[in-house]
Design a protein. Structure first.
Length: 254
């Protein structure tokens, strides 16, 4: 069995102590409560402070939780709320389209799949929650890059690999595609990532009108497309789903 890393366990213990006790604690309080030498406790606190997880009051010298933990917590809550709000709508999208429905969010230089509804038939399928997809070639990724400045920066800086003969990797052509996505309100991936597979995706916004994710459907190109273009009814279903989730998140425009 792999051994735990002691320094990380101690850092976690410090954070739990600061979260569960008084608002601010001194170095001696923390060291005594956790059975640590003052030097060890001070080293842990200094590292946590440099990373923004802990803050020190300049007047009293006491420590409290830092703003970076709040940012990470809000990120988790945002994804959790997004998934919770999207559950019913993505189920409806899969039923209406007859294809698999996906919910994705930006994660580092890719798209993290946070919810996946199987295609409503008896075929063998694999749950893809937790899988990563590229930004530059997938419909979900292109939607995020079109509407989210952070995702756009990640796309520009990422390695844009070629997966099929249809994959676009040149930044100039990608930027033109992103302009078209913003004008249309949806993105497509027609055999750009997987041979024989096509996708359509649309953006999800929150109450601040910020893009927080994307929802889309994926299926065999012969079912999703006609004459190399996604079926209009499929596009409408995806966009309706995105609007519905956005409304549930408080986006007033929808």
């Amino acid at each position: 069995m792999a051994r735990n890393i002691q320094s990380l366990e101690r850092a976690a213990a410090v954070l739990r102590l600061l979260a569960g006790g008084e608002r601010r604690l001194g170095l001696s309080d923390i060291a005594t409560a956790l059975g640590l030498a003052k030097g060890t406790a001070h080293g842990i606190l200094r590292t946590l402070q440099q990373e923004g997880f802990v803050e020190q009051d300049p007047a009293s010298g006491r420590y409290q939780l830092g703003a970076e933990l709040l940012r990470l917590g809000n990120s988790y809550l945002d994804v959790h709320e997004l998934r919770a709000r999207a559950l019913v709508w993505t189920d409806d999208l899969a039923r209406a389209s007859g294809e698999s429905a996906y919910l994705g969010v930006l994660h580092q230089q890719g798209v993290l799949i946070v919810h996946h509804v199987f295609r409503p038939d008896d075929s063998r399928q694999v749950l893809e929650v937790g899988a990563m997809q590229p930004l530059h070639s997938t419909a979900l990724g292109k939607v995020l890059a079109a509407y989210d400045p952070v995702a756009h920066s990640e796309l520009v800086e990422s390695e844009r690999g070629s997966f099929t003969v249809h994959t676009v990797t040149g930044l100039g052509r990608i930027e033109t595609t992103l302009d078209l996505i913003r004008a249309r309100g949806y993105a497509t991936d027609i055999e750009e990532t997987w041979e024989g597979v096509a996708s359509v995706a649309a953006p999800i916004h929150d109450r601040r009108r910020m893009p927080v994710g994307a929802v889309g459907v994926t299926g065999a190109v012969e079912r999703v497309c006609k004459e190399s273009e996604p079926l209009p009814g499929l596009i409408a279903s995806v966009r309706d789903c995105a609007r519905a989730v956005s409304r549930d998140l408080g986006a007033s425009r929808f």
